[in-house]
Design a protein around this ligand. Structure first.
Ligand SMILES: [Fe+2]
Length: 268
């Protein structure tokens, strides 16, 4: 029960890095606590599991989108526990914090997320960083769940494949450049492939929860290289996570986003 208590305290923090900085747990102790907690989850009744998963509802205009597949659907590339914590805790916290920050700013809160992010200068300075971090986090993770799915063994096709061939020299070239960029992100951040209205692709890295949306760009796809996205399974081996992640890219969803971007209909 002590291990479960420690793990629950860890869940209140925003990232795996913070877990280590803000508690006296070393990494071995953290993983031991995580394993103990997962046993409790597995052994609990459905009611207990719901309580442990946390409250995914949010008050306010911004909503946590449901995960479009089961927590374990991306195994063995991304483990079920990471997916559960990532969606139910981390993403939920971004949504909750964004709504809280805009509680007394109904006009800003009524804006579409992509408009809020590209016009951050409209946000009062005292809440601007909160909106930037949590609004960016909400947009990034909403995209992230959408462009992943159970391993299908398929790759890009049609216009998307042609664009990848043209701008990256093929899928192998894209993966090599993308993984190298992911390895170079210092600390927490994201690697994105952006797409413009002409369908041209580009590689962009961002720190924290920043997103190309903040410059009016559009994100075709992206990978989360915060430690909370991979640490339970991969620990410090980010390169292995980056490599395995390609197995769960949903190329149908990415192709749909590519078509939407060219039609001027891609939002976040
Ligand atoms: Fe994340």
């Amino acid at each position: 029960m002590i291990a479960l208590y420690i793990f629950r305290q860890c869940l209140k923090l925003r990232s795996a890095k913070e877990m280590f900085l803000m508690t006296n747990l070393d990494r071995r102790s953290f993983l031991k606590a995580a394993r103990a907690a997962s046993v409790v989850v597995a052994a609990s009744s459905s009611g207990a599991v719901r309580a442990f998963a946390g409250d995914t509802s949010t008050d306010g205009p911004f909503k946590l989108p449901p995960l479009p597949y089961a927590y374990g659907a991306l195994e063995p590339n991304i483990d079920a526990q990471t997916m559960q914590l990532h969606h139910d805790k981390h993403h939920a916290a971004y949504v909750k914090n964004l709504n809280a920050a805009l509680k007394d700013h109904s006009q800003l809160a009524s804006r579409p997320l992509e408009e809020l992010l590209v016009k951050l200068n409209d946000v009062p300075e005292e809440i601007r960083m909160t909106v930037r971090n949590n609004g960016g986090g909400h947009a990034n993770h909403s995209m992230f769940w959408e462009i992943m799915g159970p391993p299908s063994g398929t790759g890009p096709d049609g216009e998307l494949k042609a664009a990848i061939d043209k701008d990256f020299g093929g899928l192998d070239g894209l993966q090599a450049k993308f993984n190298a960029a992911g390895g170079k992100v210092f600390g927490s951040g994201w690697v994105f492939v952006t797409v413009d209205k002409d369908g041209k692709l580009a590689l962009v890295s961002k720190p924290n929860q920043d997103t190309p949306l903040m410059e009016g760009g559009r994100v075709l796809m992206g990978n989360d290289v915060w430690e909370h996205a991979y640490y339970l399974k991969y620990q410090n081996k980010r390169a292995e996570y980056l490599k395995a992640w390609w197995n769960v890219v949903n190329w149908k969803a990415v192709g749909d986003r590519y078509a939407a971007a060219k039609a001027g209909k891609l939002a976040i």
